[in-house]
Design a protein around this ligand. Structure first.
Ligand SMILES: [Cu+2]
Length: 508
């Protein structure tokens, strides 16, 4: 069975007096990655638009060595320069390179470790977004990596196959570190994903698509000025894997795109003008079945895997169009309703056949009847339950093994993107209604429309530690940095919360 999501094929012109088709043709002609057609934001970029399309960069698969049964990766954060635009060297940060990082990949049941080194001039950290792991390995704001230091987290991969990612999480500085380019994918495989009939040749028909928007100053340098925008910075240049004006050559009848919204603030609505796609996976792995979709909305931090059917010799353009922001009042949309091209797929004249996507789904096992605790989280301004983040305060104490329901309410006219560390949750309901099919699988981040209540169910399976907390927070990174975050610990039955290590020692 397939379902149809948000049909939005109105053919509305992107600019007054310009037909959608004409705009698309024009945009393609100039590799049109500079946003146009926006009411609320100037559409001109101080950096000239690229006059040629560029081949999509594919982040390399990270090399690893295996020692004593542990797969060990190396990530070094450093500064460098990147030529986003011909002839302009932009200062950026990256892992093992000048911008973004390699793709880490591991299989369920494997033990992994990462040597994280910091060659920047400032403190950073690396959080494994979506990963189930002990809190000391989580890479949140308490696992700082100081300049010149190396941090060595290790854990066992113990969750279904998924498209996860990694990025810094330093207290109050996350927006800047991600924006400068510190981010990469962490792909997990398992028996089910390996048996699935999904395109799976990395970088060929299984394509990482890290979507980010940037803003450049007159000198071609990145600027992080959000102009007082409530949601944060909305850039006027969009890039995929750091490539502006990206195209990808396709040789197979189907292609799988692993979409990551790696932006700091912008919400996207991905789709193709001329075809539907099969949504096959969300943040934490495969969906129960493919969901036939026109548009896939992703808030910052969210991922989706889509499978696109190709026509030989006929280009297809992944666009982000006017996302349904879910009732965000116009003054707060701030250009979040832009429409623009993201990635052009260029199929060959002859395509190798690809099978229909099929797999055996592993049930989440999360049942409302099993929930023993319900917690309430109200988001407003930059606060959760009336409080801003305090590194020394433990906000919630969870007992290991418990299934819990988290009722998350957005009381703000602005959207938020709610992320919980350590777990993959399932959305039970949105304002009391069953969730749409795209929210039927494993999630670790969910878009919160204004004035709605999301009931999330999750289970905290192991890794008790009364002292080291996990985070929950808004993944719109300006919001997070300004305090929209809280901390929880997972304790043994009957155990009390301890004290956050280092508390009382100047972490205020
Ligand atoms: Cu937010």
């Amino acid at each position: 069975m397939t379902s149809t999501l948000r049909v939005d094929m109105t053919g509305r012109p992107s600019r007054p007096g310009v037909s959608r088709r004409a705009f698309l043709a024009g945009a393609l002609g100039s590799a049109g990655l500079v946003l146009t057609g926006c009411d609320a934001m100037p559409s001109t970029s101080p950096v000239s638009a690229p006059d040629v399309a560029r081949r999509l960069a594919i982040p390399p698969l990270a090399a690893a060595r295996v020692e004593g049964g542990t797969r060990i990766f190396e990530l070094t954060a450093r500064a460098g320069t990147t030529e986003f635009m011909s002839g302009t060297e932009t200062r950026t940060w990256g892992f093992n390179g000048a911008h973004l990082g390699p793709t880490l990949r591991a299989t369920r049941g494997e033990r992994v470790a990462v040597e994280v080194s910091n060659e920047l001039d400032e403190t950073t950290s690396v959080h494994w977004h979506g990963m189930h792991l002990p809190p000391q390995m989580d890479g949140g704001p308490h696992q700082s990596v100081e300049p010149g230091e190396t941090w060595l987290p290790a854990w066992e991969i113990d969750q279904p196959a998924a498209t996860l990612w990694y990025h810094p999480h330093p207290h109050g500085e996350t927006e800047k570190h991600v924006y400068m380019g510190l981010a990469g994918l962490f792909l997990l495989d398992d028996d089910a994903s390996q048996a699935a009939t999904l395109p799976s040749e990395y970088g060929v028909d299984d394509v990482p698509v890290i979507v980010q928007d940037k803003k450049f100053d007159d000198a071609g340098q990145l600027t992080l000025d959000s102009d007082g925008n409530e949601v944060g910075l909305l850039g006027d240049v969009v890039m995929v894997n750091g490539t502006v004006g990206a195209y990808h050559e396709v040789t197979t009848g189907r292609v799988r795109l692993r979409l990551l919204n790696g932006s700091t603030a912008r919400t996207y609505s991905f789709g193709f003008e001329d075809r539907q796609v099969d949504l096959v996976a969300t943040d934490g792995g495969l969906l129960p079945e493919p969901v036939r979709s026109d548009q896939v909305r992703l808030a910052p931090g969210e991922r989706a895997e889509i499978v696109v059917e190709m026509t030989p010799g006929e280009a297809a353009v992944l666009r982000s169009s006017d996302p349904d922001l879910g009732g965000v009042a116009a003054p707060f949309a701030f250009g979040g309703n832009d429409t623009f091209d993201v990635l052009e797929l260029r199929p060959a004249e002859g395509l190798e056949p690809s099978p229909e996507p099929e797999w055996v789904w592993e049930d989440t096992g999360l049942r409302e009847a099993d929930a023993v605790v319900t917690r309430s989280f109200e988001l407003q301004g930059r606060k959760i339950n009336g409080l801003r983040m305090d590194m020394n305060r433990i906000d919630e104490v969870v007992t290991v093994g418990d299934t819990e329901i988290w009722e998350v309410r957005n009381l703000h006219p602005v959207s938020h993107s709610f992320h919980v560390h350590d777990v993959q949750f399932r959305v039970l309901s949105v304002d009391g209604e069953p969730p749409p099919p795209e929210l039927s699988g494993r999630k670790d981040t969910v878009y919160l429309e204004p004035n709605r209540t999301y009931r999330l169910i999750m289970r905290f399976e192991d890794y008790t530690d009364p002292d080291w907390p996990y985070m929950y927070h808004c993944h719109m990174l300006l919001h997070e940095d300004e305090g929209m975050m809280g901390q929880f610990v997972v304790v043994a039955p009957g155990q009390e919360a301890g004290e956050v290590p280092g508390s009382g020692h100047g972490h205020h």
